[in-house]
Design a protein around this ligand. Structure first.
Ligand SMILES: [Zn+2]
Ligand SMILES: [Zn+2]
Ligand SMILES: [Zn+2]
Length: 675
């Protein structure tokens, strides 16, 4: 009996829109060379057991097709490539789209190659060459890279997401019920009291904890001592998410500065070359994680995907401009040469703080029909001031506004149901609330805010928690649920970034995947709720260095000098200023008054959601005038794309699930090198 190595690759069958042969899930088909295709001698056809053509092995990205072709070539048909259908036909999605205007349709499938042990080394060579696994060659055993998924995925039906959302809604239901003061016929609460005060021209505080009305001169509520401006000491706004920070905080070291602006691929190439030199690749270490802002990340990923090095002339070949075959022909190379990826010694990761920044911008844009009036009431009156808020330039302020908006909207969305229940004597519960929204609510304004609040704003909140606590599951659940908004809005860079990042996560070998999971964020101070993305750690270091630069445009020499001495400068500064530090006594601010104001404004907008109403903004403009609403309307169409993203993630988490009972060797990584 021969021992066999089994390799499985999750991918798709293309051409469903041509052949229209739907196969039941689980059907096993076969991959054969397509001799009838005169245009493409590499073409591979997928046939079912009745020899009917189902489709083709995807032509983009070419790696899979080349791999399977070469495997068939060397084996002289000793190896059979099977193809198991794992999903229903669906619109083609990146990276399997040739023509974005006519995407076609694909069938999700799993290609399985069973290789006799005698042939495994040859097949391994082919795999490494085409699929770029040279990067991890020495830390991954061949079969582990492609071990088939075993357990069902936890995404997209993420328990973390559901748990978090249900927990928050349940807590808020309790709070909102508790806030209501019941009369014989109706309920009222602190928002009604405050509205009434306003009507009467009075300017008093209303305590949101006990409904007590008191004059502005008092700092705290005289009745219950609640402080509307600050949270108590030690308050953890991220208490729902468990911390997964590593035991030892990371060490931040500053390397030699590289004096280029990473604003195109060529310059990114220079920065990477610089990093290689500084980090002694490949002598001292084999590879490096590079965190960066979204745009340099995309440049890096594209370089990695398209640029190869020729083993003969050591020239870089950009396959977008010249195919590898053309290069071989042009330079008269013989058959002994090979190509390897020029930047396979880097792992690019998109900076979490820049993702957060773009989430905030996206949310501000989609919430603007509601926010415009609220933000003007907060004191941003001129068009210029409003534009600045809308652009999200001040991220700190955007976050405060969005979190407060969530708190206000969530309460107001629950209010009608809570009052109905209290007035009819029915118990208030999460289930009854969900049923009510599903069965009775028809007001488009209510449904718009319901989606905004309990999906997108909530995902934003959850993402923040995940980063603060370095909790991978929470971070990914939030990103998956937020993604539709990137696809509905005009965010091509973050759409591509999202897909590329998920594709990468799918392909990490297990040891690497674990390392990546453990390092979503870093707490430099070691505190359990102060995690930041590596990009932000870098930006803080940058700020620190800049604070030592003389005024005016700094020259390269001064930059270099400050960087080299930065550790010493930091020690010095810590020693001088440590006694003045207030950080341990810092209390987190509360937004009670802003929240109250938002609740007051949105209350009548959300009244009687069981009645059909025109779809309008908070100031009453109809959706035809307002392009944001129109955009949100296209969201449903885009959800199709997002299901596919979820499919990606499924593949990814399945790979991760195998980690459960594996022991993990120590991997050396340096996560603080950032472009
Ligand atoms: Zn009070
Ligand atoms: Zn930045
Ligand atoms: Zn060459």
């Amino acid at each position: 009996m021969f021992s066999m190595t089994k390799v499985q690759i999750s991918s798709v069958i293309t051409g469903y829109h041509v052949y229209k042969k739907k196969q039941p899930i689980g059907t096993v088909c076969y991959v054969l060379k397509d001799k009838s295709n005169v245009h493409d001698k590499e073409s591979l056809v997928v046939k079912n057991s009745d020899s009917q053509t189902i489709g083709h092995v995807p032509a983009t990205p070419v790696t899979l097709k080349s791999t399977l072709n070469e495997v068939l070539d060397i084996s002289c048909s000793a190896i059979e490539i099977k193809c198991e259908i794992i999903g229903t036909p669906t619109l083609a999605f990146p990276p399997w789209v040739n023509n974005p205007n006519k995407p076609g349709a694909v069938i999700p499938c799993r290609y399985t190659i069973e290789i006799p042990a005698t042939m495994a080394p040859n097949v391994k060579d082919i795999m490494c060459k085409h699929l770029g696994y040279d990067l991890v060659n020495d830390i991954v055993k061949f079969h582990e890279v492609f071990t088939p998924p075993t357990s069902p995925s936890q995404y997209p039906d993420s328990p973390d997401w559901k748990l978090y959302r249900n927990q928050i809604i349940s807590e808020l239901l309790k709070e909102v019920s508790g806030d209501q003061i019941k009369n014989i016929h109706s309920c009222h609460d602190y928002v009604d009291i405050s509205l009434r005060q306003k009507e009467m021209g009075l300017n008093n505080n209303v305590c949101c904890k006990c409904n007590y009305v008191y004059s502005l001169g008092n700092r705290n509520c005289p009745n219950c001592n609640h402080d509307p401006k600050y949270n108590p000491l030690g308050y953890d706004p991220y208490k729902r998410t468990p911390s997964q920070h590593l035991k030892h905080p990371p060490t931040v070291t500053v390397g030699e500065p590289c004096m280029v602006n990473p604003n195109n691929e060529e310059k990114i190439g220079i920065v990477l070359e610089h990093l290689r030199e500084v980090c002694n690749i490949p002598e001292q270490r084999k590879w490096l994680v590079v965190w960066s802002d979204g745009i340099p990340y995309l440049f890096g990923m594209r370089l990695q995907q398209y640029v190869y090095v020729c083993s003969s002339c050591e020239e870089l070949v950009d396959t977008r401009k010249e195919s590898l075959d053309d290069h071989t022909a042009k330079h008269n190379h013989d058959n002994s040469i090979n190509f390897h990826r020029a930047f396979s010694d880097f792992i690019f990761r998109p900076g979490p703080c820049h993702i957060e920044l773009n989430m905030a911008k996206c949310l501000l844009n989609f919430c603007w029909p509601i926010l415009l009036l609220m933000v003007s009431a907060l004191g941003f009156r001129t068009k210029k001031a409003l534009d600045v808020v809308k652009c999200g330039t001040d991220h700190h302020r955007s976050k405060h506004i969005l979190f407060t908006l969530f708190d206000a909207l969530a309460r107001e969305l629950l209010l009608t149901h809570v009052r109905n229940s209290l007035e009819s004597g029915a118990p208030v519960s999460l289930e009854s609330f969900n049923d009510w929204v599903r069965d009775s609510v028809v007001d488009p304004n209510y449904l718009y805010l319901f989606d905004m609040c309990f999906t997108f704003l909530l995902a934003f909140k959850l993402y923040n928690e995940g980063i603060r606590k370095n909790n991978h599951e929470v971070v990914m659940a939030a990103r998956i649920f937020f993604a539709p908004l990137f696809f509905a809005g005009n965010h091509p860079k973050y759409q591509e970034l999202h897909l590329r990042d998920l594709c990468d996560r799918v392909q990490y070998p297990p040891e690497l995947a674990l390392e990546m999971k453990n390092t979503e964020s870093f707490s430099v101070s070691g505190e359990f709720n102060k995690g930041q993305g590596a990009d932000f750690v870098h930006e803080e270091t940058n700020k620190f260095i800049k604070s030592f630069l003389p005024p005016g445009v700094p020259n390269a020499e001064i930059w270099q000098r400050v960087c080299r001495k930065s550790e010493m400068l930091k020690n010095l500064k810590d020693k001088c200023c440590s006694d003045l530090s207030q950080s341990s006594r810092y209390r987190l601010p509360r937004m009670d008054n802003k929240q109250l104001m938002m609740q007051r404004q949105v209350r009548s907008y959300l009244a009687s959601p069981v009645n059909q109403k025109p779809h309008v903004s908070l100031s009453g403009e109809t959706m035809i005038v307002n392009k944001h609403f129109a955009k949100l309307g296209t969201l449903k169409k885009n959800v199709k794309k997002v299901e596919l993203i979820e499919l990606y993630y499924e593949m990814c988490s399945e790979l991760e699930d195998q980690l459960a009972d594996e022991t993990v060797p120590e991997i050396e990584t340096d996560n603080i090198d950032t472009v």
